[in-house]
Write a protein that binds this ligand. Structure first.
Ligand SMILES: [Zn+2]
Length: 572
């Protein structure tokens, strides 16, 4: 006879019990549309898991959502409802591509050395090798999801959903391609959306200088800028129409320092007379406000930057220099010519890339966009009508506010890993073909020389379809008919705009239904000082270590009792 151990050791049980439950099908809904005896009249309870990135290493945020969703799921399962929790992972465009590029760098290779196809294969290999780590760890957390229904955002089925969504929006005129002011990440060498830019207050300098009149009178207009290098792309100087200081100069020409290009002085009531010198340099190519002024006044648009943020040929003698070197050099040269007035310390609102941290450059580039207005208004109306509620309730107002001020969404990314844009260009007649199936012939001229758009879609484009694409949409599968719409969306409040809002907009547009009736938002887990956990700060608590030391139940219990909806939680 074996002796009964004196203390409970979770190491002996957790994994064994989980395996036992999973193998016996306890995590599957008892009422299943694909099985005999299915009763379609019984209302199921459904959650789709926020798909972790395949690059992800388990962190406390994962542990929190798993504990929370598992709690909700088990509660409904115990109430006897047919309960389904759909797991899956996200291909995470930029994040994954960077991982594989890093791996290649160790072999002395770049993605260009491999070429697109071989690189994509390499990423798939990487996914096979590492992509399931995160789902293994989620099992370790005890997540009682239906692993037979696991999905990946680049699965063939989900890829078909992405194409369907793109083509439908295009056919409705809600997707367009055009040159627009976008956020350019020189580090990642791709466009990023407004949401991927973080603004940080940083001390900087306001540079005052002279815009000399072109008439040789020696008179000048004083102008200030925080980014002198953009002077090289100026196409006007704007003053307020009622400003007595400058009124008589409107219509005259001034000269761009160093490169000597003549540009007009224009009047626009966007200019604040009290701010700075009351005169604004206008760089439509590199500032969103100036871009709009440029549109109003039909100004030329000059791009001075290469993709890596060095200056291009439009920058004259500064071509080839890095943007910050060029700033210094140009300012020195202007000083030598007597064009500098003064410098002043100034608090800047610097746009930085959420991922790389480098300074984002606003520039005009031809990209694909989704028109968001009508989608957003539908989403707002659904929430107003009570079809979707937010927990905690205070996020409703934040949601409305964003829906009312929404901007068009830049969805193209200059990456290789992701859903390739389903658009082909005829190399003979220039026809643009947007299609669900890869075309072999140009419908206009019959040519077979078709080139697909090289860009891929923003990762969040496919994430937005997640609540219904996991069930086989656009096909009306039995799973789709029974399990969709889902019940609760549980996720962090930090991705309410990235993800929750887009799921709501997409679902209403494509399925005509709200994707879930309740959005439960949890807070962010911070360290003991309330700081966000990050590898660089070294304050990350590894849930795997905690689980190994104290057991999964202890960790889950701690996270659940310590958190309230929508509020951050400090853990030490
Ligand atoms: Zn053609």
């Amino acid at each position: 006879m074996t002796e009964l151990p004196k203390a409970y050791d979770f190491h002996d049980y957790e994994e064994k019990i989980y395996r036992d439950w999973e193998s016996k099908g306890y995590f599957k809904p008892w009422n299943d549309p694909n099985k005999l005896g299915f009763d379609p009249t019984i209302q199921p309870f459904v959650i789709v898991m926020p798909p972790p990135n395949i690059t992800g290493a388990l962190h406390l945020g994962h542990a929190l959502f798993v504990a929370m969703e598992d709690l909700i799921i088990r509660y409904h399962r115990m109430k006897g409802e047919p309960t389904l929790w759909v797991p899956g992972t996200d291909h995470a465009g930029i994040a994954t591509q960077l991982q594989v590029e890093k791996q290649l760098a160790k072999e002395g290779l770049t993605k260009a050395d491999l070429g697109r196809e071989a690189f994509e294969q390499r990423v798939w290999q990487w996914k096979e090798q590492y992509g399931s780590q995160i789902t293994q760890q989620i099992r370790q957390l005890g997540a009682s999801c239906d692993w037979e229904r696991e999905r990946f955002t680049l699965d063939p089925g989900l890829s078909r959903a992405v194409r369907e969504a793109f083509v439908r929006l295009y056919e409705k005129g809600l997707i367009y391609r055009g040159p627009r002011m976008i956020n350019w990440s020189p580090g990642l060498m791709t466009a990023v959306s407004d949401l991927e830019v973080e603004y940080s207050e940083e001390p900087g300098t306001l540079y005052y200088f002279k815009y000399m009149l072109a008439d040789g009178s020696g008179k000048y207009i004083p102008v200030a800028t925080t980014r002198p290098e953009t002077i090289l792309g100026d196409t006007a100087v704007a003053v307020h129409p009622d400003d007595p200081r400058y009124q008589k100069l409107v219509g005259k020409q001034v000269v761009v320092p160093i490169i000597g290009r003549a540009i007009p002085v224009i009047a626009d009531d966007y200019v604040e007379r009290e701010f700075g010198t009351g005169a604004l340099k206008i760089t439509p190519g590199h500032d969103p406000h100036d871009y709009e002024i440029g549109q109003r006044h039909n100004l030329a648009l000059i791009n001075i930057l290469n993709k890596d943020a060095t200056l291009n040929e439009n920058a004259g003698p500064y071509a080839g220099l890095d943007r910050f070197e060029a700033r210094k050099k140009l300012w020195e040269d202007m000083r030598a010519q007597g064009l500098v007035i003064k410098e002043e310390p100034y608090m800047l609102n610097v746009p930085r890339s959420m991922r790389g941290g480098e300074i984002i450059e606003p520039l005009v580039s031809t990209q694909w966009f989704v028109k968001m207005d009508s989608l957003a208004q539908k989403a707002k109306a659904a929430v107003e009508a009570g079809e979707i509620i937010f927990v905690p309730e205070r996020f409703t107002k934040i949601f409305y506010n964003w829906m009312d001020n929404i901007q068009d969404w830049c969805i193209s990314r200059q990456l290789w890993w992701g859903h390739r844009i389903p658009v082909w260009y005829c190399q003979d007649c220039g026809e643009t073909i947007v299609a669900r199936e890869t075309p072999t012939q140009c419908p206009k001229c019959g040519s077979d020389r078709l080139a697909q758009d090289p860009d891929v879609l923003d990762t969040w484009f496919s994430s937005g379809l997640w609540p219904f694409s996991v069930f086989g949409w656009p096909d009306e599968t039995s799973d789709y008919k029974y399990f969709y719409p889902t019940s609760v969306m549980e996720t962090g409040y930090d991705i309410i705009f990235f993800w929750v809002a887009r799921m709501i907009m997409d679902a209403l547009e494509f399925t005509g239904k709200a994707p879930f009736h309740t959005v439960y938002l949890h807070g962010i887990i911070r360290d003991e000082n309330g700081e966000k956990m990050s590898k660089t700060k070294g304050n990350v608590i590894d849930p795997l270590e905690l689980m190994d030391a104290m057991g999964t139940d202890a960790l889950r219990f701690t996270l659940l009792v310590g958190s309230t909806p929508g509020n951050d939680m400090n853990v030490s």
